[in-house]
Design a protein around this ligand. Structure first.
Ligand SMILES: O=C1NC(=O)NC(C(=O)O)N1
Length: 311
């Protein structure tokens, strides 16, 4: 019997799969469905200081090879997720992650201070990479600002935490971002990747952009970003041996999950496929990954994690 459990910063996940922040996690009923699903963990929607309605609809659409979305950080405000984290039953088999996405460093500090004061077992994933808030350039592409944010937040958080990064496309950027991350010993994991920002999907017949926000510009996710996601997972796996990578991007079956783990991922988040299939996707992914591992003779995740071969 193969074992698809894993651990992040010493916290055990009964299996490697959980939701990508933003999908099936804005409201308590969605989070409860995640608790009851076959996921190995759950993460909340990126919280801002105040509740947000987000961008006008249509703001999410499946595409032939994935999806385009420009939600604009709709969320209930961080206190809603803090209350949820305070009432969460941590004796359950699966851990809770909390995503925070401050619209300013000051906002991030206030939210982090509140969670640190609550001293809960949940782990923070600080979102540096939302591409869809009009007028807000994402921190993940401003390396000095990201370094400054980490210099403020890492000491406040004290415990192990993670960051959600955008995809990078230049080897020099992998090097620069890894050098920034290496400075923070309690930065324990990197979640790679957020959507590829500001794509444009157009309807051929109506000659119109498919989503409303930002003249139709939105984050690209799903199958079309799998190979970019694998590259980012592996690039940071190679550069940061003391940290863990959570892989996200283009996982629709056990096969893509296997590839993310082979590239170095210690856990795998599901976004577009969860949006399209619902929480039942996790039972299928568990089964498919276990079957692939059995067929290849691997008993645990660590038997093949990061063992990507090159020519
Ligand atoms: O970090 C995010 N990434 C996305 O692709 N979309 C959401 C959002 O727009 O809320 N946030």
């Amino acid at each position: 019997m193969v074992d698809i459990s894993t651990s992040i910063s010493g916290t055990t996940l009964p299996n490697v799969f959980f939701n990508a922040s933003g999908v099936w996690c804005q409201h308590e009923d969605e989070l409860q469905a995640m608790v009851e699903s076959h996921s190995g963990a759950l993460i909340t929607k990126s919280a801002t200081l105040a509740p947000r309605q987000g961008n006008p609809s249509p703001r999410y659409l499946p595409l032939p090879l994935g999806s385009i979305s420009s939600m604009g950080l709709p969320n209930e405000g961080y206190e809603y997720y803090l209350r949820y984290a305070c009432s969460f039953n941590y004796s359950r088999t699966k851990p809770l992650f909390i995503s925070l996405s401050g619209l300013s460093l000051g906002d991030s500090v206030k939210m982090v201070e509140a969670f640190v004061a609550a001293d809960l077992p949940c782990m923070l994933e600080i979102n540096f990479s939302c591409p869809n808030v009009p007028g807000k350039p994402q921190l993940g592409y401003d390396f000095e600002a990201m370094d400054a944010a980490l210099a403020t937040l890492a000491p406040l958080i004290k415990k192990p935490f993670g960051i959600k990064l955008p995809p990078f496309f230049d080897i020099a950027h992998f090097d620069l971002v890894a050098a920034v991350c290496q400075k923070y010993s309690n930065l324990a994991f990197l979640t790679c990747v957020n959507s590829i920002g500001n794509g444009l999907a157009i309807d051929f017949e109506t000659e119109t952009a498919l989503i409303k926000p930002k003249d139709g510009y939105g984050g690209l996710s799903g199958a079309m970003i799998l190979n970019t996601a694998l590259a980012n997972v592996n690039a940071f796996y190679r550069r940061l041996p003391d940290k863990q990578i959570i892989g996200v991007g283009g996982v629709a079956s056990g096969k893509e999950a296997f590839l993310h783990i082979l590239a170095g991922a210690s856990a795998v988040q599901i976004g577009t496929q969860l949006m399209e299939e619902g929480p039942a996707v996790f039972e299928r992914l568990n089964k498919e990954l276990a079957e692939i591992m059995a067929a290849k003779g691997y008993n645990t995740i660590e038997d093949f994690r990061g063992r990507l071969k090159t020519l």
